[in-house]
Design a protein around this ligand. Structure first.
Ligand code: SF4
Length: 377
């Protein structure tokens, strides 16, 4: 039963042309919108459309070089490549948001190089500490809502927004529960790779279907007999997008167990909840401005906050060491790295840095991972 549930989280679903939910929604004449990063997907879902996070892939690039500079991260280049090859022909549009500079350039490149019916760009302040940030972003979110209403010809009611927020909140709390089953006890009840794959693929599923699947997995896991306590070193993974999840398996094959992460394609997706009481647009504004930050935010004290978040997660999941997996050319994360690394070491938390660029090369990484895990043993 557990195996059946896990099979629904096949990584191939991250391609819109291979995703069964995209096929089903389109057969029912319901639209699908691809989105990047922290777009408030709840509004898309409330509009009756399927929000589909664009996750790219790890394959070698074919045509992106002609349209997008090679000094951008593989994640962004792979999206241009997939779009040029027609992978987004099943999307009714792409929604982007002001996050790191690469995402802004990516939005421009997609708009000019890809044949997609519509594009929309949401402005998001980079400093949530300035007094005007909330009002400005709320206005942007409201403009986005109005755009979707024009796009679909239907109004988005407060009730449909509240339902959508509730569905995504349930997704978030179930993913958090799954992370707890993996990382809070002495021995993970699920392999690290299974949990990270579920979180990753959850981003391209309708939240209501995902609730059923996640609840089934949690029930199955809770019924399993408990394994004996493990003495293997516990690893926290830090970084931005981790597209090649075989890195998690590699860590575990090298003797560690992955118990947590702060990836933007992992734990940062679900750590907090959107307030379900009060005005839905205010709640979404607060959530997307103040959720666990990535280094694309420039608010005062943001590095200290990021450090505190990592330390808090390391303590919460009792990790023995941190492995940074940063995308090559991701300046946003790379700029933070020296500060985070030196502070974590001062806290007595060992750190290993790995740079990833599309698919990982296990032969290159194995020796470094084995040495690091041996030190932690
Ligand atoms: S934060 Fe880094 S990995 Fe993510 S899109 Fe920007 S440059 Fe790429």
């Amino acid at each position: 039963m557990l195996e059946n549930h896990l099979q629904s989280y096949d990584i191939s679903c991250t391609s819109p042309s291979l995703n069964p939910f995209v096929r089903k929604w389109r057969e029912q004449n319901r639209g699908v919108l691809g989105y990047l990063c922290n777009v408030p997907k709840e509004i898309i879902y409330a509009a009756g459309l399927l929000p589909f996070r664009l996750l790219g892939d790890t394959k070698p690039l074919k045509e992106a070089y002609a349209h997008f500079p090679s000094v951008f991260c593989h994640y962004s280049r792979s999206l241009v490549d997939l779009g040029i090859q027609g992978d987004f022909q099943h999307l009714d549009g792409i929604i982007s948001i002001n996050m790191c500079d690469t995402i802004v350039h990516l939005a421009n490149a997609m708009q000019t190089s890809l044949d997609v019916p519509c594009f929309y760009f949401i402005n998001r302040p980079h400093d949530n500490g300035v007094p005007a940030a909330h009002a400005f972003f709320r206005q942007e979110i409201n403009k986005f809502k109005q755009f979707l209403e024009t796009h679909t010809g239907k109004s988005i009611t407060d009730l449909s927004l509240a339902r959508s927020i509730r569905a995504y909140n349930q997704n978030r709390s179930l993913l958090k529960e799954l992370y707890a089953l993996r990382g809070e006890g002495d021995t993970p009840l699920l392999p690290g790779i299974a949990v990270n794959t579920i979180a990753y693929v959850s981003q391209v599923m309708p939240p209501d279907d995902n609730i059923q699947l996640l609840s089934g997995i949690i029930d199955d896991v809770c019924k399993q007999s408990k394994p004996t306590a493990s003495k293997r070193p516990r690893i926290h993974i830090s970084g931005s997008m981790l597209q090649d999840l075989s890195l998690i398996s590699l860590v575990e094959k090298c003797g560690g167990i992955v118990v947590s992460d702060d990836l933007c394609s992992g734990l940062r997706l679900f750590w907090e909840q959107v307030n379900e009481n009060g005005d839905p647009l205010d709640s979404l504004t607060d959530y997307y401005l103040n959720k666990m930050p990535c280094p694309a935010m420039h608010s005062k004290g943001i590095e200290e906050q990021r450090l505190a978040d990592i330390i808090r997660l390391v303590r919460h999941y009792r990790a023995d060491g941190v492995v940074f997996c940063l995308q090559k050319y991701c300046d946003t994360h790379q700029f933070d790295l020296p500060y985070l690394e030196s502070c974590l070491k001062k806290e007595g938390i060992p750190v290993l840095n790995l740079e990833v660029d599309g698919a990982i090369n296990p032969e290159q990484l194995r020796t470094r991972l084995q040495a690091f895990i041996e030190i932690l043993s």
